[in-house]
Write a protein that binds this ligand. Structure first.
Ligand code: MRU
Length: 344
């Protein structure tokens, strides 16, 4: 996607072919800064502190983290330690585990002399696959949104509500939930996006920034405004991303997603979830065992003496999800439909 007219991805290899460069998402939307990551420790810190964030992107960042570790020391011990250090940075998004395990499985049987180049190759491959998956999600999701727009008599504007940031900043390019929005906008549908602020980390500010960079009309709202807008008929569809979706279609995503899905159900508004297949955790029957990241209370309040809790994700039961969109197509949020489309 473009930043002030220049094409960017969220993560890429530096000119020296060794360091990894990332857009620093903690500086956005105030400043656009690129951070250079030279070691696996720096990559683990970048993931933990959310310099890079979003389920697909932290998977790719983790893969590059293993490559950085192998460049320094390609031993078995280092490989295992680097995998463990990266794995524990953020527990909820399954893409991190998926990417780390994929690289580990390929590197473990390889000779140490080959490991660094193999890891860089795999990380680049995972990044390219993510771009291709998100482009496909854009295609399938745009068709779904367009059908809803037409079913409603082509409202102008066509109001879509999203929560958190599931745009290109959360992936390598395009995004998951926002990929269909970009596509629809580019096709000339008069889409407008209600952007949930997404307390406490305010990922909505990232969403607003990237939509605006693309020229998509959008409005920033407090998290609790969505219900009112839905009941007033000012939301035609909701679309969000996911950090982990189970084989039964339970959707784990940023805290507050569940409340939006509840409100959408009451207001008879479709609630779509867009994710690459790498976000599916087919080992889990339902969402009750998904590890929910607890982040620092200081993200919620800095007032002295105030006790705060900060669960970063919640689980929306499959019954509240209208459709799941992946690179394979669109399906119901049910075990039969998910497995039929994705195998496993
Ligand atoms: O804590 P974050 O900012 O990493 O959480 C991100 C989300 O919850 C996104 O909605 C999710 O990762 C899907 S991103 C394509």
């Amino acid at each position: 996607m473009r930043v002030n007219g220049t094409p960017f991805r969220t993560i890429w290899l530096a000119e020296d072919g060794a360091r990894v460069e990332v857009i620093d998402q903690t500086a956005l939307p105030d400043r656009f800064e690129v951070q250079s990551v030279a070691t696996v420790e720096q990559m683990a810190t970048a993931i933990r502190t959310m310099v890079v964030r979003g389920a697909p992107l932290i998977g790719v960042a983790g893969a590059y983290g293993l490559a950085l570790a192998m460049r320094e020391d390609p031993s078995d011990a280092r490989l295992e330690a680097a995998h463990a250090a990266l794995f524990e940075t953020r527990p909820t998004a399954v893409n991190l585990r998926w990417a780390l395990d994929r690289v580990l499985a390929a590197l473990a049987p390889a000779s140490p002399t080959e490991r660094a180049s193999l890891a860089y190759r795999l990380a680049a491959e995972i990044a390219e696959e993510d771009v291709a998956a998100c482009a496909k999600i854009g295609e399938h999701g745009a068709a779904l949104l367009r059908a809803e727009w037409e079913r409603r008599g082509r409202p102008d504007p066509f109001h879509v509500l999203t929560h958190c940031n599931a745009g290109w900043l959360a992936t390598v390019d395009w995004g998951t939930a926002l990929a269909p929005v970009y596509r629809l906008f580019d096709e000339g549908v008069p889409v407008h996006v209600w952007v949930d602020e997404t307390r406490p980390r305010n990922q909505g500010a990232l969403t607003y920034w990237e939509l605006s960079q693309h020229g998509v009309p959008c409005t920033f709202i407090a998290d609790n405004a969505g219900g009112l807008l839905m009941l007033r008929g000012q939301v035609h569809a909701c679309i969000v991303g996911s950090d982990r979706t189970t084989r039964s279609g339970d959707v784990c995503n940023k805290i507050g997603t569940y409340l939006k899905a509840l409100a959408a159900r009451d207001a008879e508004i479709p609630f779509y979830v867009a994710l690459p297949a790498s976000t599916l955790d087919l080992t889990l029957r339902d969402g009750s065992s998904i590890p929910i990241e607890e982040r620092a209370a200081s993200e919620v309040t800095t007032r002295p003496g105030v006790r705060a809790a900060n669960p970063a994700f919640d689980v929306t039961p499959a019954r509240l999800v209208t459709k799941i969109i992946t690179e394979r197509g669109v399906c119901d949020a049910s075990e039969g439909a998910i497995v039929a489309l994705h195998g496993g």
